[in-house]
Write a protein that binds this ligand. Structure first.
Ligand code: NDP
Length: 296
Protein backbone atom coordinates (compact mmCIF):
# COMPACT_ATOMS: atom_id res chain seq x y z
CA UNK A 1 0.00 0.00 0.00
CA UNK A 2 2.88 2.36 0.78
CA UNK A 3 4.18 2.10 -2.78
CA UNK A 4 0.79 2.42 -4.48
CA UNK A 5 0.34 6.25 -4.56
CA UNK A 6 3.61 6.65 -6.47
CA UNK A 7 2.67 3.98 -8.99
CA UNK A 8 -0.76 5.23 -10.05
CA UNK A 9 0.22 6.50 -13.49
CA UNK A 10 2.16 3.39 -14.60
CA UNK A 11 -0.59 1.18 -13.17
CA UNK A 12 -3.28 3.16 -15.00
CA UNK A 13 -1.28 2.78 -18.22
CA UNK A 14 -0.82 -0.98 -17.70
CA UNK A 15 -4.51 -1.41 -16.90
CA UNK A 16 -5.54 0.51 -20.01
CA UNK A 17 -3.27 -1.65 -22.15
CA UNK A 18 -4.59 -4.81 -20.48
CA UNK A 19 -8.19 -3.65 -21.10
CA UNK A 20 -7.41 -3.13 -24.77
CA UNK A 21 -5.83 -6.60 -25.17
CA UNK A 22 -8.60 -8.26 -23.15
CA UNK A 23 -11.27 -6.56 -25.32
CA UNK A 24 -9.52 -7.80 -28.48
CA UNK A 25 -9.61 -11.36 -27.11
CA UNK A 26 -13.29 -10.97 -26.21
CA UNK A 27 -14.02 -9.70 -29.71
CA UNK A 28 -12.20 -12.70 -31.22
CA UNK A 29 -14.15 -15.04 -28.93
CA UNK A 30 -17.43 -13.39 -29.99
CA UNK A 31 -16.68 -14.08 -33.66
CA UNK A 32 -17.21 -17.80 -33.03
CA UNK A 33 -20.07 -17.39 -30.51
CA UNK A 34 -23.56 -18.51 -31.59
CA UNK A 35 -25.99 -15.76 -32.67
CA UNK A 36 -28.09 -16.36 -29.51
CA UNK A 37 -25.12 -15.26 -27.35
CA UNK A 38 -24.71 -11.83 -29.02
CA UNK A 39 -25.75 -8.53 -27.44
CA UNK A 40 -28.60 -6.65 -29.16
CA UNK A 41 -26.50 -3.50 -29.71
CA UNK A 42 -23.08 -5.01 -30.40
CA UNK A 43 -23.80 -6.86 -33.58
CA UNK A 44 -23.99 -4.04 -36.12
CA UNK A 45 -21.47 -5.44 -38.59
CA UNK A 46 -19.16 -2.42 -38.06
CA UNK A 47 -16.20 -4.07 -36.33
CA UNK A 48 -14.94 -0.89 -34.58
CA UNK A 49 -18.39 -0.19 -33.17
CA UNK A 50 -18.93 -3.79 -32.09
CA UNK A 51 -15.45 -3.93 -30.51
CA UNK A 52 -16.32 -0.84 -28.49
CA UNK A 53 -19.86 -1.78 -27.44
CA UNK A 54 -19.22 -5.49 -27.04
CA UNK A 55 -20.40 -8.22 -29.38
CA UNK A 56 -21.11 -10.99 -26.91
CA UNK A 57 -23.59 -10.34 -24.10
CA UNK A 58 -22.20 -12.52 -21.29
CA UNK A 59 -18.92 -14.14 -22.40
CA UNK A 60 -18.02 -17.11 -20.20
CA UNK A 61 -15.31 -19.68 -19.75
CA UNK A 62 -17.16 -22.68 -18.32
CA UNK A 63 -19.27 -21.21 -15.55
CA UNK A 64 -16.95 -18.19 -15.07
CA UNK A 65 -18.75 -15.08 -16.32
CA UNK A 66 -16.19 -12.42 -17.32
CA UNK A 67 -18.60 -9.46 -17.24
CA UNK A 68 -20.15 -10.33 -13.88
CA UNK A 69 -16.66 -10.70 -12.38
CA UNK A 70 -15.25 -7.50 -13.88
CA UNK A 71 -18.31 -5.41 -12.97
CA UNK A 72 -17.87 -6.19 -9.29
CA UNK A 73 -14.41 -7.31 -8.33
CA UNK A 74 -11.10 -5.98 -9.75
CA UNK A 75 -12.02 -2.32 -10.37
CA UNK A 76 -14.18 -1.78 -7.31
CA UNK A 77 -11.78 -3.50 -4.92
CA UNK A 78 -8.82 -1.79 -6.63
CA UNK A 79 -10.52 1.59 -6.05
CA UNK A 80 -10.79 0.85 -2.30
CA UNK A 81 -7.10 -0.13 -2.16
CA UNK A 82 -6.02 3.05 -3.94
CA UNK A 83 -8.11 5.16 -1.54
CA UNK A 84 -6.68 3.34 1.44
CA UNK A 85 -3.12 3.79 0.17
CA UNK A 86 -3.75 7.54 -0.23
CA UNK A 87 -5.15 7.71 3.32
CA UNK A 88 -2.05 5.97 4.69
CA UNK A 89 0.22 8.24 2.66
CA UNK A 90 -1.53 11.26 4.15
CA UNK A 91 -1.07 9.84 7.64
CA UNK A 92 2.66 9.47 6.92
CA UNK A 93 2.95 12.99 5.54
CA UNK A 94 0.87 14.87 8.12
CA UNK A 95 0.77 12.64 11.19
CA UNK A 96 -2.84 11.52 10.71
CA UNK A 97 -5.41 11.39 7.93
CA UNK A 98 -7.61 14.48 7.63
CA UNK A 99 -11.34 14.41 8.39
CA UNK A 100 -12.01 15.04 4.69
CA UNK A 101 -9.88 12.01 3.75
CA UNK A 102 -11.74 9.84 6.30
CA UNK A 103 -15.09 10.90 4.86
CA UNK A 104 -14.11 10.26 1.24
CA UNK A 105 -12.65 6.85 2.16
CA UNK A 106 -15.61 5.90 4.35
CA UNK A 107 -18.26 6.97 1.81
CA UNK A 108 -16.63 5.19 -1.09
CA UNK A 109 -15.92 2.08 0.99
CA UNK A 110 -19.62 1.99 1.82
CA UNK A 111 -20.47 2.23 -1.90
CA UNK A 112 -18.16 -0.63 -2.84
CA UNK A 113 -19.16 -2.71 0.21
CA UNK A 114 -22.81 -2.21 -0.75
CA UNK A 115 -22.16 -3.34 -4.34
CA UNK A 116 -20.47 -6.51 -3.09
CA UNK A 117 -22.98 -7.19 -0.31
CA UNK A 118 -25.92 -6.83 -2.72
CA UNK A 119 -23.95 -8.50 -5.48
CA UNK A 120 -26.93 -10.25 -7.04
CA UNK A 121 -28.67 -6.88 -7.67
CA UNK A 122 -26.26 -6.35 -10.55
CA UNK A 123 -28.12 -9.11 -12.41
CA UNK A 124 -31.06 -6.78 -13.10
CA UNK A 125 -28.93 -3.83 -14.29
CA UNK A 126 -28.55 -2.65 -17.90
CA UNK A 127 -24.86 -3.58 -18.00
CA UNK A 128 -25.64 -7.24 -17.41
CA UNK A 129 -28.98 -7.57 -19.18
CA UNK A 130 -28.47 -5.39 -22.23
CA UNK A 131 -24.92 -4.23 -22.94
CA UNK A 132 -22.35 -6.47 -24.59
CA UNK A 133 -18.97 -6.96 -22.95
CA UNK A 134 -16.60 -4.91 -25.10
CA UNK A 135 -14.00 -2.17 -24.67
CA UNK A 136 -16.51 0.29 -23.18
CA UNK A 137 -17.32 -1.90 -20.17
CA UNK A 138 -13.92 -3.60 -19.88
CA UNK A 139 -12.07 -0.26 -19.79
CA UNK A 140 -14.78 1.25 -17.57
CA UNK A 141 -14.71 -1.58 -15.06
CA UNK A 142 -10.96 -2.17 -14.91
CA UNK A 143 -9.30 1.19 -15.59
CA UNK A 144 -11.77 4.07 -15.43
CA UNK A 145 -13.39 3.20 -12.10
CA UNK A 146 -10.32 2.69 -9.89
CA UNK A 147 -8.18 5.49 -11.33
CA UNK A 148 -10.74 8.27 -11.82
CA UNK A 149 -13.15 7.46 -9.00
CA UNK A 150 -10.25 7.86 -6.55
CA UNK A 151 -9.61 11.42 -7.76
CA UNK A 152 -11.07 12.96 -4.59
CA UNK A 153 -8.64 11.07 -2.35
CA UNK A 154 -5.78 11.87 -4.78
CA UNK A 155 -6.74 15.55 -4.63
CA UNK A 156 -6.86 15.56 -0.81
CA UNK A 157 -3.37 14.08 -0.52
CA UNK A 158 -1.84 17.05 -2.34
CA UNK A 159 -4.37 19.74 -1.37
CA UNK A 160 -5.37 19.25 2.29
CA UNK A 161 -8.74 20.83 3.05
CA UNK A 162 -9.91 22.16 6.41
CA UNK A 163 -13.30 20.67 7.31
CA UNK A 164 -15.21 21.54 10.47
CA UNK A 165 -17.41 19.09 12.35
CA UNK A 166 -20.78 20.78 11.56
CA UNK A 167 -20.03 20.79 7.83
CA UNK A 168 -18.82 17.16 8.06
CA UNK A 169 -22.10 16.19 9.75
CA UNK A 170 -24.14 17.92 7.05
CA UNK A 171 -22.19 16.09 4.35
CA UNK A 172 -22.76 12.77 6.20
CA UNK A 173 -26.49 13.54 6.29
CA UNK A 174 -26.47 14.13 2.51
CA UNK A 175 -24.67 10.83 2.00
CA UNK A 176 -27.19 8.97 4.20
CA UNK A 177 -30.15 10.47 2.27
CA UNK A 178 -28.55 9.53 -1.06
CA UNK A 179 -27.77 6.03 0.12
CA UNK A 180 -31.27 5.52 1.51
CA UNK A 181 -32.85 6.41 -1.85
CA UNK A 182 -30.27 4.46 -3.89
CA UNK A 183 -30.49 1.26 -1.84
CA UNK A 184 -34.26 1.46 -1.34
CA UNK A 185 -34.93 1.88 -5.08
CA UNK A 186 -32.46 -0.76 -6.26
CA UNK A 187 -33.59 -3.35 -3.71
CA UNK A 188 -37.26 -2.67 -4.40
CA UNK A 189 -36.85 -3.26 -8.13
CA UNK A 190 -34.62 -6.26 -7.63
CA UNK A 191 -37.01 -7.91 -5.15
CA UNK A 192 -39.96 -7.17 -7.44
CA UNK A 193 -38.24 -8.63 -10.49
CA UNK A 194 -37.22 -11.75 -8.54
CA UNK A 195 -40.55 -12.34 -6.84
CA UNK A 196 -43.44 -9.88 -7.36
CA UNK A 197 -45.41 -11.53 -4.55
CA UNK A 198 -42.67 -10.91 -1.97
CA UNK A 199 -44.45 -9.27 1.03
CA UNK A 200 -42.21 -6.16 0.83
CA UNK A 201 -43.41 -5.33 -2.71
CA UNK A 202 -46.70 -7.21 -3.06
CA UNK A 203 -48.77 -4.17 -1.99
CA UNK A 204 -47.25 -1.79 -4.57
CA UNK A 205 -49.32 -0.53 -7.47
CA UNK A 206 -48.26 -1.84 -10.88
CA UNK A 207 -49.00 -1.47 -14.59
CA UNK A 208 -49.33 -4.72 -16.57
CA UNK A 209 -47.44 -4.96 -19.86
CA UNK A 210 -47.99 -7.12 -22.96
CA UNK A 211 -44.81 -9.09 -22.12
CA UNK A 212 -46.41 -10.45 -18.95
CA UNK A 213 -44.01 -8.42 -16.77
CA UNK A 214 -45.29 -5.54 -14.68
CA UNK A 215 -43.98 -2.05 -14.04
CA UNK A 216 -43.96 -0.57 -10.55
CA UNK A 217 -45.86 2.68 -10.40
CA UNK A 218 -45.80 3.38 -6.66
CA UNK A 219 -43.10 3.20 -4.00
CA UNK A 220 -39.68 4.52 -5.11
CA UNK A 221 -40.50 3.89 -8.79
CA UNK A 222 -43.63 6.04 -8.50
CA UNK A 223 -41.58 9.08 -7.38
CA UNK A 224 -39.45 9.41 -10.54
CA UNK A 225 -38.64 6.95 -13.32
CA UNK A 226 -35.05 6.45 -12.10
CA UNK A 227 -34.97 6.96 -8.32
CA UNK A 228 -31.76 4.91 -8.08
CA UNK A 229 -29.96 7.50 -10.28
CA UNK A 230 -31.18 10.30 -8.02
CA UNK A 231 -29.75 8.57 -4.93
CA UNK A 232 -26.49 7.86 -6.73
CA UNK A 233 -26.12 11.52 -7.77
CA UNK A 234 -26.76 12.77 -4.24
CA UNK A 235 -24.07 10.41 -2.96
CA UNK A 236 -21.69 11.62 -5.69
CA UNK A 237 -22.09 15.18 -4.44
CA UNK A 238 -21.40 14.04 -0.86
CA UNK A 239 -18.12 12.47 -2.01
CA UNK A 240 -16.94 15.74 -3.56
CA UNK A 241 -18.00 18.25 -0.90
CA UNK A 242 -15.31 17.24 1.66
CA UNK A 243 -12.76 18.52 -0.88
CA UNK A 244 -14.02 22.11 -0.53
CA UNK A 245 -14.89 24.49 -3.34
CA UNK A 246 -11.44 25.72 -4.34
CA UNK A 247 -10.94 23.40 -7.30
CA UNK A 248 -13.07 21.74 -9.99
CA UNK A 249 -11.13 18.46 -10.04
CA UNK A 250 -12.92 16.76 -7.09
CA UNK A 251 -16.21 17.60 -8.82
CA UNK A 252 -15.16 15.78 -11.99
CA UNK A 253 -17.01 12.67 -10.81
CA UNK A 254 -20.32 14.49 -10.19
CA UNK A 255 -20.15 16.21 -13.58
CA UNK A 256 -19.14 13.12 -15.52
CA UNK A 257 -21.65 10.97 -13.64
CA UNK A 258 -24.52 13.41 -14.31
CA UNK A 259 -23.75 13.25 -18.04
CA UNK A 260 -23.45 9.44 -17.87
CA UNK A 261 -26.74 8.98 -16.04
CA UNK A 262 -28.69 11.43 -18.23
CA UNK A 263 -27.46 9.57 -21.32
CA UNK A 264 -28.03 6.18 -19.68
CA UNK A 265 -31.55 7.15 -18.66
CA UNK A 266 -32.35 8.16 -22.24
CA UNK A 267 -30.99 4.82 -23.53
CA UNK A 268 -33.05 2.91 -20.98
CA UNK A 269 -36.21 4.86 -21.84
CA UNK A 270 -35.77 3.93 -25.48
CA UNK A 271 -35.27 0.26 -24.66
CA UNK A 272 -38.26 0.20 -22.31
CA UNK A 273 -40.45 1.92 -24.89
CA UNK A 274 -39.48 -0.76 -27.40
CA UNK A 275 -40.04 -3.53 -24.86
CA UNK A 276 -43.26 -2.33 -23.24
CA UNK A 277 -44.85 0.04 -25.82
CA UNK A 278 -48.14 1.54 -24.57
CA UNK A 279 -47.58 0.33 -21.01
CA UNK A 280 -44.35 2.37 -20.89
CA UNK A 281 -46.17 5.43 -22.27
CA UNK A 282 -48.78 4.99 -19.55
CA UNK A 283 -45.99 4.76 -16.95
CA UNK A 284 -44.43 7.99 -18.28
CA UNK A 285 -47.81 9.71 -17.97
CA UNK A 286 -48.26 8.51 -14.39
CA UNK A 287 -44.65 9.29 -13.39
CA UNK A 288 -43.67 12.31 -15.52
CA UNK A 289 -40.21 13.08 -14.08
CA UNK A 290 -37.14 11.09 -15.09
CA UNK A 291 -34.57 11.61 -12.29
CA UNK A 292 -35.28 14.70 -10.18
CA UNK A 293 -38.88 15.30 -9.03
CA UNK A 294 -40.39 18.49 -10.55
CA UNK A 295 -37.07 19.35 -12.24
CA UNK A 296 -36.08 16.67 -14.77
P1 NDP B 1 -31.64 0.20 -13.53
O1 NDP B 1 -31.17 -0.66 -12.41
O2 NDP B 1 -32.47 1.38 -13.20
O3 NDP B 1 -32.38 -0.73 -14.54
C1 NDP B 1 -33.23 -0.27 -15.55
C2 NDP B 1 -34.26 -1.36 -15.79
O4 NDP B 1 -35.16 -1.44 -14.67
C3 NDP B 1 -35.18 -1.09 -16.96
O5 NDP B 1 -34.56 -1.44 -18.18
C4 NDP B 1 -36.33 -2.02 -16.64
O6 NDP B 1 -35.90 -3.35 -16.97
C5 NDP B 1 -36.43 -1.91 -15.11
N1 NDP B 1 -37.41 -0.91 -14.74
C6 NDP B 1 -37.48 0.40 -15.09
N2 NDP B 1 -38.54 1.00 -14.55
C7 NDP B 1 -39.20 0.05 -13.84
C8 NDP B 1 -40.39 0.05 -13.06
N3 NDP B 1 -41.11 1.14 -12.91
N4 NDP B 1 -40.74 -1.11 -12.47
C9 NDP B 1 -40.01 -2.22 -12.61
N5 NDP B 1 -38.87 -2.29 -13.34
C10 NDP B 1 -38.47 -1.16 -13.94
O7 NDP B 1 -30.48 0.77 -14.41
P2 NDP B 1 -28.90 0.70 -14.40
O8 NDP B 1 -28.45 -0.63 -14.75
O9 NDP B 1 -28.50 1.83 -15.29
O10 NDP B 1 -28.43 1.11 -12.91
C11 NDP B 1 -28.25 0.23 -11.80
C12 NDP B 1 -27.55 0.99 -10.68
O11 NDP B 1 -26.17 1.15 -10.99
C13 NDP B 1 -28.11 2.39 -10.46
O12 NDP B 1 -28.23 2.65 -9.09
C14 NDP B 1 -27.06 3.30 -11.08
O13 NDP B 1 -27.06 4.56 -10.45
C15 NDP B 1 -25.80 2.50 -10.82
N6 NDP B 1 -24.72 2.82 -11.76
C16 NDP B 1 -23.55 3.28 -11.25
C17 NDP B 1 -22.51 3.58 -12.07
C18 NDP B 1 -21.25 4.10 -11.52
O14 NDP B 1 -20.28 4.24 -12.27
N7 NDP B 1 -21.16 4.44 -10.24
C19 NDP B 1 -22.60 3.39 -13.53
C20 NDP B 1 -23.88 2.91 -13.96
C21 NDP B 1 -24.89 2.63 -13.10
P3 NDP B 1 -36.88 -4.65 -16.92
O15 NDP B 1 -38.27 -4.14 -17.02
O16 NDP B 1 -36.44 -5.48 -18.07
O17 NDP B 1 -36.59 -5.28 -15.60
Amino acid sequence: LGALPGMLLPLAFATTLTSFIFSLLLYAKALVAPASALAPGGNSGNSMYDFFLGRELNPRLGSFDFKYFCELRPGLIGWVFINLALLMQEAELRGSPSLAMWLVNGFQLLYVGDALWYEESVLTTMDIIHDGFGFMLVFGDLAWVPFTYSLQAQFLLYHPQPLGLPMALLICLLKVIGYYIFRGANSQKNTFRKNPSDPSVAGLETIPTATGRQLLVSGWWGMVRHPNYLGDLIMALAWSLPCGLSHLLPYFYVLYFTALLVHREARDEQQCLQKYGRAWQEYCKRVPYRIIPYVY
